[in-house]
Design a protein around this ligand. Structure first.
Ligand SMILES: O=C(O)CCC(=O)C(=O)O
Length: 300
């Protein structure tokens, strides 16, 4: 039976901005997802630099391939497109986004055991504001994820707050400055769960993740879904006339809905325009660099 959100989970999403749903992918679909992922990763041995498929760790080499992101996986394998539209997932989102849903973008973030890169605190809304904020990201866990292998971390309730500055030296950098915006990072909640579970976080939620210092990888398939009547303010990624081909549930609206929310635009673009890892490179923001040490100090 497909999993549905409980009333408590729907309330938690609205109040806190996130939820983790267990058992969304069946063992068969999870197995297939891992196989498809591994097939794409196997090709990385042939590349030496970031391209439209891969974002590579700085230490990547063809002899020792290290991929930290598969970009837009549905462009490289039909399996991923079918999974976007899988009603086991889209039906589950109806209470949060309504009956007409569009996909905006997708990526698979891979945190390899021992060195998988951190992602600095940010709000997805700073990258892709829409005409209304009925927009969210889901994250399917390919691996069991606990506090040691770099889980996504969220600041509960931050989805109803301001949109923080994500600029550095006059350019977009895709990261909040934790020195300037002293948010309560101690209140961060790690979104942990078994492989096959799915995280959901609101587009305005402050989130990030630490380096994976464990001996287990953490792969997270992130999808950005929007109510079909939310229109992206910074471009549709596909020609606008074809944007309705991205409807994954229901139908395209005849009107776009506008609802007030604090918007900042990601311009001028980052000097390293590309994935979030590239954008954040010159941000000068390294909250997670010392995260493990701070945690150890707090415990000890
Ligand atoms: O992979 C992660 O832990 C965080 C990813 C994320 O927030 C992003 O790519 O926007």
């Amino acid at each position: 039976m497909p999993v549905q959100l409980t009333k408590a989970q729907i309330e938690q999403y609205h109040d806190k901005g996130y939820v983790v749903v267990e058992g969304v992918l069946s063992p068969e679909k999870l197995k297939r997802l891992r196989q498809e992922t591994e097939a794409i990763i196997a090709q990385a041995a042939q590349v030496t630099a970031n391209n439209e498929v891969y974002d590579l760790e700085d230490s990547h080499s063809p002899q020792n391939p290290r991929v930290r992101r598969i970009k837009e996986p549905h462009n490289h394998s039909k399996f991923f497109w079918d999974l976007f539209c899988d009603t086991d997932i889209t039906d589950l989102l109806v209470p949060l986004l309504g009956e007409n849903i569009r996909i905006y973008g997708a990526k698979m973030n891979m945190k390899a055991a021992g060195y998988g890169a951190p992602v600095e605190w940010h709000q997805d809304w700073a990258f892709y504001p829409h005409t209304n904020d009925d927009v969210l990201a889901t994250g399917i866990l390919l691996d069991d994820c606990d506090e040691s292998n770099g889980p996504l971390m969220v600041l509960p309730g931050s989805h109803t707050g301001p949109t923080y500055n994500h600029h550095h030296d006059g350019h977009f950098c895709g990261a909040i400055d934790p020195e300037a915006d002293r948010l309560d990072f101690d209140a961060a909640v790690p979104l942990t769960g078994k492989a096959g579970s799915m995280t959901i976080h609101h587009v305005r939620m402050v989130h990030g993740s630490a380096m994976n210092t464990s001996n287990r990888q953490r792969r997270l398939l992130l999808w950005e879904y929007a109510a079909a009547d939310a229109w992206p303010l910074v471009g549709t990624r596909t020609p606008p006339a074809e944007y309705d081909s991205r409807i994954v549930l229901g139908t395209a609206p005849s009107e776009i809905r506008v609802r007030e929310a604090p918007v900042r635009l990601p311009y001028p673009p980052a000097p390293h325009q590309g994935s979030i890892y590239e954008n954040q490179k010159d941000s000068g923001r390294f909250f997670f660099e010392t995260f493990a040490d701070r945690q150890k100090a707090a415990v000890g």
